[in-house]
Ligand binder design. Structure first.
Ligand SMILES: Nc1nc2c(ncn2[C@@H]2O[C@H](COP(=O)(O)OP(=O)(O)OP(=O)(O)O)[C@@H](O)[C@H]2O)c(=O)[nH]1
Length: 616
């Protein structure tokens, strides 16, 4: 149905109950696509409603609802997680209800999942290999370990045999790439620092990534066998980054190791378990259908799609119908890291799964479905959703501007920043100045990573995972990174003068402060006649007594000095037959208050605006 709308533009209207579902981060273009309108006309409509926006800018829920109510649509903004949840619920799989129903007594301890991080050549791979070869269980089984993306080792701790799961792809890049996909796999990070080399740039980057994810860190001071090794120096260097060794009164465990000589590994595993027990409550319910995350997958010539999955909760069994990413299938066989077949996998157990129809991506979730058919349907729907998401242009996750909006709605309190600069001095100066900004108590500014050099894909991944903004000072993104950031919707701001960067962040933060509003009177009008209009409801024929009456401003109706209607909106304003934006004192006009029809002769319509009070 076409009907003229505000501002005289033609827009297909809903009937007031038409539900329009938009994804979080959608823009006016998405809205326009859905109702078959021209995006430019929606820009105009919104402008007439008092909001400025471009067609491609991502808008918040309130703005969409304002627009929706004007055009006769009930707008619901949904997140991808909501969609997934609803999708599963439509197949009678309710993960939320499951979680809620999970009583304490159903939860059983599960092994910690560990990722090894650190500077290049500090010995991550060697350490993973050394740890793997310590496993007594493996030796007993006589198995030859294979790389499947993760493995488990066992260790006796206080008389009990405990398992620890290691992610086999070392480095914070893989860790953050998974996190950017929404998968939180790692419970504890082992930060490897070579004792001869000390803290290096990627050591810091790695610890920033772990800290940004709130993952506790155990430090492995490696290569202590080497001449010139100085483990004390590593401890001292890391205190600067809030990693204070227990022996210095802090709460981070440092363990001296030599991956080459197999020294200190037992103590390292002990430290992992102690850290897990002290800082984390690692429990899961093994007695239900499994779900978890794909951590690695490939297409094997003989075996078809092979995916290594990590069970997060429940128990995965051979024969289960599963959906992993957009692939599905029946678990034909499961193999552990020794290539041995297993019948079931409990929480934190990594296994290779055979039987899927396609190869999932690292970080994709998998779930068990009631039967093959349901698994296929879920996979198909997931695939369609993914295609739609790809077709729709990716929106900014967060920009400085969005931030102000989000904070105004009380939705965020922390602004995460990643700083990249041309030289260490300027990055430090920038960080110091930013952290000294007086931003009040409601807002926290966190610099989650900083570094020298071009902006990398890895920086973008961290920004995605932590919803951060990247500030580039005299640096540009390397290679394809700009496109990647664009696709992922990450805001990168470039500056070449430090104070400009500071000023911009500061003004965003000031805008972010939850504003206080005060009412400002605009004018009043006396009702002299009441007309009935089929389109606009009752129209009050008025004489403006003071100030001015402005369209879209707030209004209240007074009858004998008593407020009869409050918080109304001047939805239509006319001088004779023409739409007017505002009408001044001494002039006559017709005022429509939307669905509010209780207007009588001699009523007074007062108009006002809520204005943000500047902070003192
Ligand atoms: N002396 C000595 N050498 C070690 C030790 N651990 C590792 N190395 C050596 O250090 C070098 C780098 O080890 P890797 O395990 O490849 O280091 P990495 O951190 O995995 O390196 P990238 O994967 O390239 O980031 C290799 O030559 C190892 O043999 C150790 O404890 N002592």
């Amino acid at each position: 149905m076409q009907a003229p709308s505000v501002g005289g533009v033609q827009v297909p209207r809903g009937d007031g109950t038409t539900v329009l579902r938009l994804r979080r981060g959608a823009s006016l273009t998405d809205f326009a696509d859905r109702i078959g309108a021209n995006p430019a006309s929606l820009v105009t409509v919104l402008f007439h409603l008092g909001e400025m926006a471009t067609a491609t800018q991502s808008l918040n829920e309130d703005t969409f609802q304002l627009l929706g109510s004007e055009l006769g649509y009930v707008v619901e903004v949904v997140s991808p997680e909501d969609e997934e949840r609803e999708l599963l619920a439509s197949f009678s799989i309710d993960l939320d209800a499951e979680l809620e129903a999970e009583g304490d007594d159903e939860l059983e301890p599960r092994p910690p999942v560990v990722t090894v991080m650190g500077h290049v050549d500090h010995g991550k791979t060697k350490l993973l290999d050394a740890i793997r070869s310590t496993d007594v269980v493996a030796k007993e089984a006589g198995g030859i370990t294979q790389h499947i993306g993760a493995y488990q080792v066992h260790k006796e701790h206080e008389g009990v045999e405990r398992a620890i799961t290691f992610i086999d792809t070392p480095g914070h890049e893989a860790f953050t790439a998974m996190r950017a996909r929404g998968a939180k796999v790692t419970d504890i990070a082992i930060l490897v620092v070579a004792a001869d080399d000390g803290v290096m740039p990627q050591t810091i980057e790695a610890l920033n990534h772990a800290q940004a994810a709130d993952v506790p860190i155990v430090v492995a001071v490696n290569k202590v066998d080497k001449e010139g090794a100085n483990p004390a120096k590593v401890r001292q260097q890391l205190t600067e980054y809030n990693l204070v060794a227990e022996e210095y009164g802090g709460d981070t465990m440092f363990v001296d190791v030599s991956a080459k000589q197999g020294m200190g590994l037992d103590q390292l595993l002990e430290a992992v378990l102690l850290t897990a027990d002290a800082a984390l409550d690692l429990r899961a319910n093994p007695n239900k259908d499994a779900r978890g995350i794909a951590i690695e997958a490939n297409l094997d010539k003989g075996r078809g799609p092979v995916a290594t999955v990590l069970v997060e909760s429940g128990t995965l069994r051979v024969g289960d119908a599963i959906v992993a990413g957009t692939g599905y299938g029946r678990v034909r066989a499961m193999l552990d890291e020794y290539g041995e077949t297993v019948q079931e996998a409990t929480p934190a157990r990594p296994v290779q799964v055979l039987g899927l129809t396609s190869v999932p991506g690292a970080g994709d979730t998998f779930i068990v479905a009631p039967d093959d058919r349901t698994a296929r349907q879920i996979a198909e729907k997931r695939e369609a959703a993914e295609r739609n998401a790809l077709l729709a242009k990716v929106r900014r996750r967060i920009s400085l501007e969005d931030f102000t909006d989000a904070l105004k709605q009380g939705k965020v309190e922390t602004l995460n920043l990643i700083l990249k600069g041309d030289v260490a001095g300027s990055v430090e100066a920038l960080e110091d100045a930013l952290l000294q900004l007086d931003v009040g108590e409601e807002v926290e500014l966190r610099v989650i990573d900083r570094g020298v050099g071009a902006i990398t894909k890895n920086n973008v991944n961290l920004a995605v995972a932590s919803n951060a903004i990247i500030i580039g000072f005299n640096v540009r993104p390397e290679g394809q990174t700009r496109d990647y950031a664009e696709r992922e919707g990450v805001d990168i701001r470039f500056y070449s003068v430090i104070y400009q960067a500071i000023e911009e962040v500061e003004s965003a933060l000031r805008g972010m402060l939850k504003p206080e509003f005060e009412e400002v009177q605009l004018g009043s009008a006396e009702v002299r006649e009441v007309f009935r209009s089929s389109k606009f409801g009752n129209i009050a024929g008025c004489l403006v007594r003071s100030g001015l009456i402005r369209r879209n401003s707030r209004a209240r109706v007074l009858r004998n000095g008593v407020v009869h209607g409050n918080n109304l909106a001047i939805e239509s304003l006319r001088r004779f037959k023409d739409d007017a934006t505002e009408v001044r004192e001494g002039f006559e006009c017709g005022i429509g208050l939307g669905s509010y029809n209780d207007i009588q002769i001699d009523d007074v319509i007062e108009t006002y605006e809520m204005q943000e009070k500047p902070r003192g």
